[in-house]
Design a protein around this ligand. Sequence first.
Ligand code: MEV
Length: 438
Amino acid sequence: MKTPVEGFSKLSKTQKIDWIATNCTKDPKAAKQLLEQYWNTDPRVQKLHDEFIENTISNYYLPFAIAPNFMINGEFYAIPMAIEESSVVAAASNAAKFWMERGGFKAEIIGTEKVGQVHFIFKGDKGKLSEFFASVKPELLQSVASIAQNMEKRGGGINNIELRDLNDKIEGYHQLHCTFETLDAMGANFINSCLEQFAKTLKEQALAFDGFSEEEKNIEVVMSILSNYVPNCLVKAEVSCPISELGNADMPAKEFAQKFVQAVNIAKVEPYRAVTHNKGIMNGIDAVVLATGNDFRAVEAGVHAYAAKDGQYSSLTHAKIENDIFKFWIEIPLALGTVGGLTSLHPLVKLALEILQNPTAKELMQIVAVAGLAQNFAAVRSLVTTGIQKGHMKMHLLNMLNQLGATEEEKQKLVHYFKDQTVTNASVKEALDKVKAE
Ligand code: MEV
């Protein structure tokens, strides 16, 4: 690209495509064709997608898949997953089936509290600030009455506003640390609207507070924003069974259980392993979060902060053997919504929620936590038995064959051939060359 562009957002979609294809691609005609190929055939659906974000020129597809047979608290779920990585859905499905035959997953909500903060600077008398806060708190709550009205009608709203002194970190730094109950909504818009109003009221009331000096009256609000760290919006999911039921073709039951617990313990104390261990958990979590139209960046940020809450990044799952019972569980913060945002706009998100029997946010938290636990079980099971490559490369075989330009007939032959052969880049290429030569 040689020159910057001015007013790109004001160009029509066709003009945007023309500009990008001409200026940034080697073959503008092919680029335009590709972008158009990925449009929805129904212009109304395409318009809906165009309007989710700005400067949309096409759609970016991810596979939308189903991992069936998840038994959670006695109910069966087929879990929708949107993800690009081969073997994740197969692993989830295998783990679901394995635990279905051993009593299924149990999940419970530990808390649903969301957090938001008004960050401000006040360099005056701390005692006076506390006095001011105590007097202004009812006013702060009153000032968001119209914003909170609907949420309160449904049983949610503002839980508390707390004044926090963080002078030891930055001179004059204080917060209104606010907690919320947002029910089935993720709640970002509600929380941010409340916080911005709190900030406004705080400044106005400070100007009118007689106890402050002229200087103290000028509270400097730096920013007002929700926090994606939600350690009290927490869900727990677990599986357990007698060790004797853990036997598999690759390893005796007791050895497997012990090795599994050891692998989880390594992830607890070793950050290099913990990050990969948790990445495997997020394979399951992100896929469901994305399929259900939730904000996976918020979930990722909050979950990893939680993994480091004790001062060192650690495993999100835990495992133990007690009285010959194997127990494996996860505890994670998940701020999810089943109303608002994309949930009623994106047709596939609506369908994903319907497939999950239109869950409440609490139910969705449980389903997502279970998907993470199942994914971790499958990954660690492979790691401590056959190694991850055996299963992974099998699942990756079609991608490899597609990359090598195999025809449908060749793919069929080679999928059959590799049923009992080791899949590597070299072995697939060699086998394909052979089939082509026949
Ligand atoms: C790959 O996407 C995820 C794993 O690396 C997770 C793990 O190592 O536990 C297999």
